[in-house]
Write a protein that binds this ligand. Structure first.
Ligand SMILES: C[S@@+](CC[C@H](N)C(=O)[O-])C[C@H]1O[C@@H](n2cnc3c(N)ncnc32)[C@H](O)[C@@H]1O
Length: 271
């Protein structure tokens, strides 16, 4: 059950701060790319960095010294998982919910000829597209930029209006998203997803623990929650394990974040 003693994300100040978390992730991508042997390079990350994002990152690092390593490991892990599912499952469509400053559609070569839908809150998405247009003169043709609140019922209609094709095999990426939503927003999001998700589609997402969250994480047990929604979790790992794998540094397991990938919906087998 959702515990009322934890603060619910409802005031506009906090909502603004959540939008700015996307710039903190960019700041980490930017710093990762400057390392001598980076895990990955995001040649667009510098577009989104700012003194404010740098300060927010420093605050995060004071509280959680492993924070930047976690975010880099998460980025790398999802890059690898996306590459694998696009190749092995012959996917042709990518949906990134809470996309922030994600530039994978341009950054990862195997996505260049795939249709990508980036979805974020209207003002956040407007700021991103304005910046990209100003910098490059135009927007990449294979990306549809969707302004929508993914915690609201019916948000998938906004994607359909932009050309989302339910028949195409699709990966849905939710990186750094669900723990910013209220419980009913998470429920709405997954209700929408289950309506369009089909066998062969992939769902990639991360979740957090109470230690790292300003709110009590919902759902408390992500795997159980997904199975109740008729998803099958085929893979899960922790950021403690991933940082050990990528950086040779294991962080305390209590700071783990769940990652689930390649989830198949098999309603006829379950019902
Ligand atoms: C931590 S950032 C992650 C951005 C991106 N996924 C990444 O990893 O770089 C969270 C993003 O989720 C977006 N977001 C938060 N609540 C949302 C909602 N209800 N609907 C759509 N986007 C939302 C924020 O605007 C922000 O861009």
């Amino acid at each position: 059950m959702y515990n009322k003693k934890f603060k619910v994300i409802e005031d506009e100040g906090l909502r603004d701060r959540i939008k700015r978390t996307a710039d903190v992730v960019s700041q980490v991508r930017y710093l990762e790319g400057k390392k001598e042997t980076p895990l990955f390079r995001d040649p667009f990350a510098h577009l989104f960095v700012s003194a404010e994002a740098e300060q927010m990152l420093m605050q995060g690092l004071t509280r959680w010294p492993f924070f930047a390593d976690y975010l880099s490991a998460r980025e790398k892990f999802f890059d690898e998982q996306l590459k694998a599912v696009f190749k092995e499952e012959f996917l042709t469509q990518l949906v990134i919910l809470g996309s922030g400053n994600d530039m994978r559609a341009e950054r990862l070569p195997f996505l260049k000829d795939k249709k990508t839908f980036e979805v974020d809150l209207p003002d956040k998405m407007a700021a991103k597209t304005a910046l990209l247009k100003k910098t490059f003169g135009k927007l990449p043709g294979q990306v549809a930029y969707v302004k929508a609140d993914v915690s609201q019922p019916g948000f998938m209609n906004s994607l359909k209006q932009k050309g989302f094709d339910q028949k195409r095999k699709t990966a849905f990426l939710l990186q750094g998203l669900i723990y910013y939503l209220k419980p009913e927003g998470v429920d709405n999001l997954f209700n929408e997803l289950t309506n369009v998700f089909k066998p062969g589609d992939s769902l990639l997402l991360d979740h957090t623990t109470e230690d790292m969250s300003q709110t009590k994480p919902y759902p408390n047990d992500l795997v159980q929650y997904l199975s109740e929604k008729e998803f099958l979790v085929t893979h899960q790992t922790s950021l403690g394990d991933l940082t050990a794998q990528y950086f040779g540094k294991g962080y305390p397991e209590k700071w783990w974040i769940v990652l689930a990938t390649k989830v198949l919906l098999i309603p006829h087998l379950i019902k």
